[in-house]
Design a binder for this molecule. Structure first.
Ligand SMILES: Nc1nc(=O)c2c([nH]1)NC[C@@H]1CN(c3ccc(C(=O)N[C@@H](CCC(=O)O)C(=O)O)cc3)C=[N+]21
Ligand SMILES: [Mg+2]
Length: 302
């Protein structure tokens, strides 16, 4: 093999570039009289969630959008959450709505996600947007899958015919990534916690997308030589000195020895998720200030 190995994909840099593009388009939209607005609902006081929400609000303002934050106590009733969603659906200053997941146990997540106006559903979790994605595009695409595809394309622009293995089948990551890879003409295998002979399946992957939520589960010798590894996992693990650190689903250093390119954690997919949220909010604001939700139907998926 003459190809270089072990390239680390700089998600922070790609995300910063994407936010610059978004900021430029936001300025244009603002000049034409519409400032995109993103509303985030945080229920409860999960410390990790608080950090994400704070980062999101900061970056939203940095690209020139309005940021609205709504906090509800963990004990609030579902009807209270639903009426807040309704209020934001009807607020013309709000173009994007994100309800931070997971929600407390007494809340039915599916009911809440279905209550969000699909045109404002910048997470892309509403069944209408999931259906549009399955049909080949046109709606809002979930942020982590979108960001993962942009990182994959940053090292391999043409994906056609390659074997992509997606580990994980969640509605928010695994399934939508599989749809995007299919739309990009990959051959797609979706594996999960019940899959037999998982290491063998991983070894067949030209692109390995890890979204299984188990710290460093994917070993170096599961990686095909020259593969591209996109690590979606963000796991907080204890260290010997009693602190915590973030690791992905992939044993990074070992996998790096065999991979052509790999995303780190932190600094890989995470920053792209937030950048894509801003991109989706821009798209939502554009279609609400003129076009229909299907206005981008002619656009190809990433
Ligand atoms: N409705 C909803 N939509 C989400 O998109 C959503 C959610 N709920 N709930 C929680 C998860 C998690 N999530 C992250 C986004 C960015 C980073 C991120 O930027 N991480 C940094 C590190 C941050 C740190 O140091 O803690 C990185 O990977 O480099 C992490 C996690 C979005 N989520
Ligand atoms: Mg990351």
């Amino acid at each position: 093999m003459t190809q270089p190995f072990g390239r680390v994909i700089d998600g922070k840099a790609v995300a910063a570039e994407l936010r610059r593009d978004v900021a430029r388009d936001v300025a244009e939209l603002v000049a034409s009289g519409c400032q995109p607005g993103l509303a985030v609902i945080l229920m409860g006081i999960d410390p990790a969630s608080q950090v994400y929400v704070r980062n999101k609000a900061k970056q939203t303002r940095e690209v020139g959008m309005a940021s609205f934050e709504h906090r509800l106590p963990a004990t609030a009733r579902q009807t209270e959450l639903l009426s807040l969603v309704q209020q934001l659906n009807n607020d013309p200053a709000v173009h994007g709505i994100l309800v931070q997941l997971p929600l407390p146990g007494h809340i039915d997540e599916r009911i809440v996600l279905r209550a969000i106006d699909p045109a404002k559903d910048v997470d892309g979790f509403h069944p209408l947007n999931a259906g549009l994605l399955a049909g080949g595009g046109g709606g809002l695409v979930p942020c982590t899958p979108l960001g993962s595809m942009i990182l994959l394309r940053s090292v391999r622009p043409g994906l056609r015919g390659a074997h992509a293995v997606v580990l994980g089948r969640s509605n928010i990551v695994g399934k939508p990534i599989a749809q995007l890879l299919l739309a990009a003409d990959c051959t797609v295998t979706v594996a999960h916690s019940k899959t037999e002979r998982l290491p063998d399946i991983c070894r067949q992957a030209d692109f390995l997308i890890a979204a299984i939520g188990r710290p460093e589960m994917i070993q170096g010798d599961w990686i095909k030589a020259g593969a591209i590894v996109i690590d979606v996992g963000i796991n907080r693990v204890p260290t010997v000195d009693g602190k915590t650190r973030l690791v992905g689903d992939v044993a990074f250093e070992d996998a790096r020895q065999r991979a052509f390119a790999i995303t780190p954690v932190p600094g890989g997919v995470g920053p792209m998720t937030i950048a894509c949220l801003l991109r989706n909010t821009l798209q939502a604001a554009r279609s609400q200030s003129g076009g229909s939700i299907l206005s981008s139907a002619g656009k190809s998926l990433p």
